[in-house]
Design a protein around this ligand. Structure first.
Ligand SMILES: [Zn+2]
Length: 210
């Protein structure tokens, strides 16, 4: 496979924001999953792919993170913790179990913070929810994720979350097919994932050397 620009961006197949975030752990169902969030800039690049950050917001957050390295490292760990809580909640639902209270505690904690940053403001089409203070809070990238998970859990779609049975894959997705027949994460039997993330990390190392 050639290293096209497409290889460098996350593979987004879930159909809903919070599950695309959950899928930032590649090959979850193996003994050696590949972690996308090794440091704060990884979180930012993923968030830009999810279109929850503008270029300007991303730039300011990265600068902010450089000046607050310890905090940025903590937020990266929190992002993984939130991601795993959301995963465990939906994994329990897929297995027809009640999700653990501890996982709801993690989700609700971030949800509380995110909701306190929401405001109504005029928009191009009328009025809309907008996040306040995105650039000045290193964890602001997690606010829309928590809200997306809450929205999905309180919608009628919550039983329609599925998990790809591909060998070692483990990715989650929202089955939007009319007859609930979606089974796989992507057409190519998960094959392009490894190439994408290996290329991404190689590129990150090259950039770090400059
Ligand atoms: Zn898959």
């Amino acid at each position: 496979m050639t290293n096209t620009k497409r290889d460098r961006v996350p593979v987004l197949i879930a159909g809903v924001l919070c599950l695309d975030f959950v899928n930032s752990l590649y090959w979850r169902a193996t003994e050696t999953p590949i972690e996308w969030f090794n440091e704060y800039p990884d979180l930012i690049s993923w968030s830009q792919s999810l279109k929850i950050l503008s270029v300007a917001e991303a730039r300011k957050l990265l600068l902010n993170a450089q000046n607050n390295a310890a905090k940025a490292s903590l937020i990266t760990k929190q992002a993984i913790q939130l991601r795993e809580a959301i995963y465990q909640i939906f994994f329990a639902i897929i297995q027809e179990r009640l999700p653990a209270k501890a996982d709801f505690r993690i989700l609700n904690s971030m949800l509380g913070k995110s909701i306190s940053q929401l405001q109504i403001a005029p928009s191009a089409t009328g009025f809309s929810w907008q996040w306040q203070g995105v650039e000045s809070h290193l964890d602001s990238v997690l606010w829309p994720i928590a809200r997306s998970a809450a929205d999905l859990l309180t919608s009628r779609d919550w039983p329609r979350v599925g998990q790809c049975p591909g060998d070692g894959c483990g990715w989650l997705f929202l089955d939007k097919s009319r007859n609930h027949t979606r089974r796989w994460c992507a057409m190519e039997h998960c094959g392009h994932k490894t190439n994408a993330i290996l290329h991404y990390h190689r590129k990150q190392r090259e950039l770090a050397k400059r």
